[in-house]
Design a binder for this molecule. Structure first.
Ligand code: ADP
Ligand code: SF4
Length: 693
């Protein structure tokens, strides 16, 4: 197949200063949770994107000096010769596929507490630590400013040595240069503070230094956020404001502008809150202020939207972080006219949790992310089956669907049996909740792949018993029967369950009840109790409040959707519930519910408070649906006829977790099946290069 000529312009070579990108597909810098810690993992994942057709591939934020140490977040670093060697792994691998490699040089200033290096943090003024640590900065004096310029220049030279083609000056996201730009924070009275020209001075000097040091061979990009002028939620009118003056002063200084918006919850917007291309009006408003090429992001997975972006003139490059994570082969698939094979990002931000947790980046849609080197996994190519064994998979949720499609691609004879008429398990149910429609892409992509595999048979409305499984007589069986939300309040704040649940059963509900085809009757105010701390409780509160119920959301945590801080859910979720009039009750552990009143015990004093509620929704933990697995294990142990050679449980029926974990479990089962000694290959340990003393 060949590409649709409508998409030709996406494949035009594009000049960026002294270098040329082979096309307009530009992977902007994004966190990987690996940084300086896992150079081979990083080289593996970046190389995969280059193989998949991206024209430009960038690192994440890359510290220029030990005074910018973001512990515990694993940033990249270019401090010394060892770092040069580590980055060269990536640049070489990226170049092999004809892509350009870029590095996002960064000094974090007041966002860094320097917990490993114990350097005194630096800022334009004696600033508070902007990441919440009780470490203020030293107000940089002229010697500090000269030092930062020198460090940046030296890092740019090391970037050249490491083989990069493009180097960033990073002037947004609250790091040092944006601290200087910030008119509230930067109250300096010297030539680096006060007027915009002064606040821009360091940024301009660093752009000039970088051009002077490496600009003959490397392109110099600036990452910058335009104003949204929207206040809290950031969805205001695109009025350029001071941004216009910034471009007036330095609009022509870099070789490329990498533009986003001031509001991170819009830039990193979840599909629950923002659509594809949400930044476009803001970028379009400033595009005419520079003649240099512009790249911007917007979770673009549709080539039509990409073409629209370029044709509208708002940007020259289609920037992507998440779409390139969910599908490293997105450009290749467009080029080869295989749009139906694109694995579209669902906008869940599980990929962003890696940075917060200091763990390698993971993706709900792409289970091979960060496993390219560690496990040798390829997102598109799977090893052929060793023989002609048959496999039965029970349950068509994310785990079962992924296992079936991956085993199908390996060439196994696969039978997939699903109890209900609908395929997709939890993603099918959750996709009907407010804002979660994109969750269905997890199912739809896999069904699309299964459609092309004649060796996989799918049986709907087939709830299998152990007898049924034995009757099929497959060589290998994977049980992927999922999990159901619990009704007893068992959760991290109630390890023995909630004792005082004396209400009639019909008044105690779970998310499964609210997602069922037939909605339960709710009378009077409803209290949602969240001991899950992710998105489910807030989504259900939105659903019920929108339907006109009087809703309170209670959590034993100090804040709503606590874990949603890692996915950038939390802020917009809380704002939405406040806008909908949902009562938010924090730091209260559920102690009882009698059908009329729920009692909450203060997490600090234990003092109880009563809240009127005609219905209680328990969003705590899930119980694995694993009876079938145990019965089969028993039958195997007693040598029953038709018992499979191997039996596995995968996904939520093994251990309930995020959707990404179920997809990974499905892929891992498929990859390990009949593989020679899979354990030996697993958990390959990355090594850091240390320079010789
Ligand atoms: P996971 O996230 O691990 O994939 P899900 O809960 O999303 O789990 O999906 C599990 C699927 O398994 C559901 O669609 C459910 O209907 C199906 N299922 C559960 N028990 C059986 C069974 N005995 N036979 C066939 N399908 C089953
Ligand atoms: Fe998209 Fe979610 Fe994957 Fe991130 S984790 S790339 S948001 S599908």
């Amino acid at each position: 197949m060949t590409r649709d000529p409508r998409y030709d312009l996406l494949f035009e070579p594009m000049r960026i200063g002294p270098v040329t990108a082979k096309n307009r597909f530009y992977q902007v810098p994004h966190c990987t949770g690996s940084g300086y810690l896992r150079p081979h993992v990083l080289a593996g994942l970046r190389a995969m994107k280059a193989e998949g057709g991206w024209g430009v591939i960038n690192t994440e934020y890359c510290s220029i000096h030990p005074s910018s140490d973001d512990t515990p977040h694993p940033m990249a670093a270019l401090w010394d010769a060892g770092d040069v060697k580590a980055h060269a792994l990536m640049t070489e691998a990226v170049h092999e596929h004809g892509a350009l490699a870029g590095v996002e040089l960064c000094h974090g200033g007041a966002r860094m507490a320097n917990l490993t290096t114990r350097e005194v943090p630096l800022g334009p003024v004696s600033a508070p630590n902007l990441a919440g640590n009780p470490y203020q900065t030293r107000a940089m004096d002229k010697a500090d400013i000269r030092a930062v310029r020198r460090w940046h220049r030296d890092a740019a030279l090391r970037a050249r040595e490491a083989g990069f083609d493009l180097v960033y000056v990073y002037a947004t996201h609250g790091y040092l240069l944006s601290q200087f730009l910030n008119k509230e924070l930067n109250r300096r009275t010297d030539e680096y503070g006060g007027s915009l020209e002064n606040r821009l001075r360091l940024m301009r000097e660093i752009i000039e230094d970088t051009k002077d040091a490496v600009g003959d061979r490397l392109a110099v990009a600036v990452r910058f956020s335009v104003e949204t002028n929207g206040g809290g939620g950031g969805d205001g009118a695109p009025v350029p404001g001071e941004t216009e003056d910034v471009f007036g002063l330095i609009g022509e200084a870099p070789d490329l502008w990498d533009l986003n918006v001031e509001d991170y919850s819009l830039e990193m917007g979840l599909s629950r809150f923002t659509d594809e291309g949400a930044l476009e009006p803001y970028i379009a408003a400033v595009r005419g202020l520079t003649s240099k090429p512009v790249v911007t992001v917007g979770r673009y997975t549709s080539p039509d939207s990409m073409v629209r972006l370029v044709k509208s003139g708002a940007a020259d490059f289609v920037g992507a972080a998440r779409p390139s994570i969910a599908d490293p082969f997105l450009p290749k698939k467009i080029e080869e006219g295989r749009l139906e094979d694109v694995r579209e990002c669902i906008g869940c931000n599980i990929c962003y949790t890696g940075d917060g947790k200091g763990a390698p980046i993971r993706c709900t849609q792409n289970p091979t992310m960060s496993e390219e080197w560690r496990l040798g996994w390829h997102p598109e190519r799977l090893p052929a089956a060793a023989g002609d064994a048959t496999v039965l998979i029970v349950g068509a949720g994310p785990a079962g669907l992924e296992a079936a499609q991956a085993l199908g691609k390996r060439g196994y004879q696969v039978t997939l049996a699903e109890a209900t008429r609908e395929l997709g398990g939890r993603v099918a149910r959750e996709a009907r909740l407010p804002g979660l429609a994109a969750w269905a892409r997890v199912r739809d992509h896999r069904l699309q792949q299964l459609d092309q595999l004649a060796n996989v048979e799918i049986y709907r409305e087939s709830p299998l018993s152990a007898e049924d499984v034995l009757a099929v007589g497959a060589d290998h069986v994977a049980v992927a029967t999922g999990a159901r939300w619990r009704r007893d309040g068992f959760g991290p704040s109630a390890l023995g369950g909630v004792a005082g649940l004396s209400a009639p059963a019909a008044r105690i509900l779970t998310p499964d009840d609210l997602m069922a085809d037939e909605a339960p009757t709710i009378e009077g105010p409803v209290l949602i109790y969240d001991d899950d701390h992710y998105y489910m409780a807030s989504v259900l509160a939105e659903k019920l409040a929108t339907a006109g119920h009087d809703v309170a959301l209670a959590t034993p945590a100090d804040r709503l959707s606590d874990w949603g801080a890692y996915t950038v859910d939390r802020w917009r979720a809380q704002r939405r519930l406040m806008d909908l009039g949902v009562t938010l009750l924090t730091a209260g552990a559920l102690s009882g519910f009698d059908g009329e009143r729920a009692t909450l015990a203060c997490a600090y004093t234990g003092r109880e408070s009563a809240h009127a509620a005609g219905a209680l929704v328990l969003v705590t933990t899930r119980a694995p649906v694993d009876a079938l697995y145990h019965e089969l294990a028993e039958r195997r142990a007693t040598g029953a006829a038709g018992a499979p050679k191997t039996l596995a449980r995968i996904g939520d029926c093994d251990a309930p977790a995020v959707i990404a974990a179920a997809v990974y479990a499905g892929r891992r089962f498929a990859m390990d099946l009949e593989a020679p000694e899979p354990e030996r290959a697993r958990n390959r340990h990355d090594r850091i290069f240390a320079p010789s003393p």
